[in-house]
Design a protein around this ligand. Structure first.
Ligand SMILES: Cc1ncc(COP(=O)(O)O)c(C=O)c1O
Length: 397
């Protein structure tokens, strides 16, 4: 038995089978490269679903971690610490908002945004108690909690977990008329991914995000942008909503905010929205801890240089130009923005990701027929070109 087989057998035997990983066991990582337990190197074209936007073990981020590890790592929110104030003020400034509510995982931040919208709806908008509704979109992916999967339209994510949380209405993604028809006086929020990641890197029709913004303003509902996967440089701008010049009422951030090191998430909004929380009404033991804040501050400082957004823009243009030249008999459609692409195939994507792995490139299918490409934003053009050469070989079977 190889070391890979031995380790995979252990996880197969003792881990719940809620994932279907590629048959690789990673031992080390550096920048865009992963090395497995047998010394083989692979180019990472997934970047942990955009959590590793800045590359594996980015030296600026590991240095920030090491500095903070030698000072203080956790005090809970019972006490303030010297990274907290700077983190929330720097993140609020990056988003152009007043306030931040830090959490840990993405799903927790989405839950926080949903609670914010409901509380705001009852206490500020004046919706009668228990009547608030929130609109979501078909194909959405916002995490795995019981409430979030209550409005998932993916049977794998949704089925067999009832009874479900009420208060959500779901309309087709990209259909402004359907959204308008679903909204009423009790609508407190519209929860949207500016680009749907898990659904297959679905970019909405041009003008749709602006239409959502206008409808939310007209109906007095909060536009809640889940930028957990699309935000922080992935699409060539800090936030994907910027492509349509839209400013949501609430940003939900996660993944890359933790620098690929630990879970760090946040809800960011103005005072009239996040100001609804009083002591004891929401919280998290680990949310806003000193280590998380130190990492988050370094991430924000890196984003403020604009370097990563620029790389995603220019290399993303190159990525899409090359993907656009793939022959139609191999590829049905390519979607995406910046260094983010959903490559829609004629058949199953899993065998292609397995062949790619054999060629030294790691990418993952999403649903049956889409291959998702999202390399760390630090990738060099030579490496990107090499990965795309391997993709052409893998597609030809
Ligand atoms: C848009 C979006 N929202 C929320 C989540 C959930 O984040 P987490 O897995 O950290 O809970 C994800 C994860 O893929 C996501 O893509």
């Amino acid at each position: 038995m190889t070391p890979t087989d031995q380790l995979r057998a252990m996880s197969e035997e003792h881990s719940a089978h809620n994932y279907h990983p590629l048959p690789i066991v990673v031992a080390e990582a550096d920048g865009v490269w992963l090395t497995d337990v047998e010394g083989r190197r692979y180019l990472d074209m997934l970047a942990a679903y955009s959590a590793v936007n800045f590359g594996h073990r980015n030296p600026r981020l590991t240095a920030a971690v090491k500095r903070q590890l030698d000072r203080v790592t956790l005090v809970s929110r019972a006490f303030d610490h010297d990274q907290f104030g700077p983190f929330v003020s720097e993140l609020a400034e990056l988003c152009g908002k007043d306030m931040v509510l830090p959490m840990n995982s993405g799903a927790e931040a989405v839950e926080t945004a949903l609670k914010t919208a409901r509380k705001w709806g009852y206490e500020v908008k004046g919706v009668p108690a228990g009547q608030a509704n929130i609109i979501t979109f078909e194909g959405n992916f916002h995490g795995r909690t019981t409430t979030i999967i209550s409005f998932s339209t993916d049977p794998d994510a949704h089925d067999s977990y009832g009874p479900y949380t009420p208060g959500f209405r779901t309309v087709p993604y990209g259909d402004a008329e359907a959204l308008k028809a679903a909204m009423d006086d009790a609508t407190v929020g519209v929860l949207i991914e500016p680009i749907q990641g898990e659904a297959g890197v679905n970019v909405p029709p041009s003008g749709f995000l602006r239409a959502v913004r206008e409808l939310c303003t007209a109906r007095g509902a909060l536009m809640i942008a889940d930028e957990i996967q699309s935000g922080l440089g992935r699409t060539g701008t800090t936030f994907a909503v910027e492509h349509e010049g839209v400013v949501p009422d609430i940003y939900i951030l996660g993944k890359a905010l933790g620098g690929g090191i630990m879970p760090v998430s946040a809800v960011v909004a103005d005072r009239d929205v996040l100001g609804v929380f009083k002591p004891g009404q929401h919280g998290s033991t680990f949310g806003g801890n000193p280590l998380a804040c130190a990492i988050g501050r370094e991430v924000i400082a890196m984003l403020k240089t604009g370097e990563f957004q620029e790389r995603s823009r220019t290399l993303g243009a190159h990525l899409h130009e090359r993907l656009g030249h793939l022959p139609g008999d191999l590829v049905r459609e390519v979607r995406g923005r910046g260094l983010w692409a959903g490559v829609e195939l004629h058949g199953r994507a899993r065998p292609v990701s397995e062949r790619l792995m054999g060629l030294g490139v790691l990418a993952k299918e999403t649903h049956e027929t889409t291959l998702r490409l999202a390399p760390p934003l630090v990738i060099e053009q030579d490496d990107l070109d090499w990965a795309l050469d391997q993709l052409e070989i893998a597609l030809k079977g």
